[in-house]
Write a new protein. Structure first.
Length: 378
């Protein structure tokens, strides 16, 4: 009888797995296979247990965003934990992040096809299928989303650049702050953007010094304590060195590259912990710090850290809303403040939303202010 029971479980898994995974190369299938084969099953480490308990407490305190981050931390330590995927899926669903919620429920079912919550998990997937919209594209209806082109470097110490294709997208948010409105259609020409934020090593190679407060973080950490004026001085020297036309991205280019053909809340995910270093995951209380670049997931264009790590200066002056904003992707000039995008290691995840904006004077430096390069093509 026990053998029959095991066979039924294996058959159910084999039947359902194709529907649960995006494709046969899904790396989570290896996690699931090892977990299903394990006897006895692994138990949570003390670190994972700590995050579990903290997440449960945040749920009790009605702070779902923090609970989502904490469940994410637990699953980073113990990706095979079925209950963690189920609870994270519920929280993401309650937050209307149905695409990420569905993925978590699929992971639960891959790990526990006969689990206590298997029926409920599959029913949630059925419910969310009704409201999940296809990924919105940056081009007109009926066309496919653009794909990022090749990467290149103009010198050994230069930032690696990603070629971004032309397209159109809806910039801003009707659900965000007043300065994110109104939503307006913008058309972008091809350009290149830094695969990562400019690092301390890359800054030093051009300027011969490192202004960063966190200079002990390492060569691959983003440079910070950089004003908009400092960024322009760096770019001027870089252009003289390479003979190319580097610049800061315009605000429209920045958001276009961040979105990468989607309407996700952050730059590459609806879950901030997947793509950003922010105040909830970058250290302990009062001890948050920046982190080496490209240590979170990239977005669909292959660009890292557009949400979180350090704020990024863009070319534009700040305006209090988008009324009268350019629709051709050019910088909107005229004003006393400059725009920063992306949030930072010291701010809550909401500041790293794809549409969130900040501003400061062009001569102001802060240990959470850095930059990302753009470059004209060819």
């Amino acid at each position: 009888m026990v053998n029959i029971h095991k066979c039924l479980a294996i058959i159910l898994f084999l039947i359902c797995a194709p529907a649960f995974a995006e494709n046969a190369s899904d790396p989570f299938q290896e996690v699931a296979s090892k977990y299903l084969a394990a006897n006895p099953k692994p138990v949570l480490s003390e670190e994972a247990h700590k995050y579990k308990v903290q997440a449960e407490f945040m749920v009790q305190e009605k702070q779902p965003d923090k609970a989502i981050v904490l469940y994410g931390k637990a699953l980073n330590v113990a990706p095979w934990w079925p209950e963690g995927h189920y609870q994270l899926g519920l929280l993401l669903g309650e937050s209307k992040k149905y695409r990420d919620a569905t993925l978590e429920m699929k992971h639960y079912l891959m790990l526990a096809p006969e689990g206590a919550d298997a029926r409920a998990a599959q029913d949630k997937i059925y419910q969310w299928e009704v409201v999940i919209e296809p990924e919105k594209t940056l081009s007109e209806a009926g066309k496919t989303s653009p794909e990022a082109g090749k990467t290149f470097k103009d010198c050994p110490a230069c930032t690696e650049m990603v070629e971004i294709p032309a397209g159109s997208f809806d910039m801003g948010s009707d659900r965000g702050e007043s300065d994110e409105k109104p939503v307006h259609r913008v058309t972008i020409k091809p350009f290149a953007i830094g695969k990562t934020e400019v690092t301390q090593e890359q800054w030093y190679a051009v300027m011969g010094s490192d202004p960063s407060f966190f200079n002990g973080c390492g060569d691959t950490c983003p440079v910070e304590q950089v004003s908009w004026n400092d960024a322009q001085a760096f770019i001027k020297k870089l252009n003289a060195k390479t003979g190319k036309h580097y610049r800061l991205p315009t605000e429209a280019e920045w958001e276009y590259a961040c979105r990468a053909g989607s309407q996700q809340e952050y730059c590459g995910s609806d879950n901030a912990d997947n793509v950003s270093w922010n105040s909830l995951n970058s250290g302990g209380f009062f001890f948050n710090t920046p982190h080496p670049v490209a240590t979170k997931h990239a977005n669909a264009f292959g660009v890292y850290d557009m949400s979180g790590n350090v704020w990024e200066w863009v070319e534009d002056n700040y305006h209090e809303n988008y009324n009268g904003a350019p629709t051709d992707g050019s910088a909107w000039v005229g004003g006393s403040m400059r725009v920063l995008r992306g949030g930072s290691w010291g701010k809550d995840p909401k500041f790293g939303r794809a549409t969130a904006r900040s501003k400061f004077a062009s001569n102001y430096r802060d240990f959470s202010y850095g930059l990302r390069l753009a470059r004209n093509l060819p």
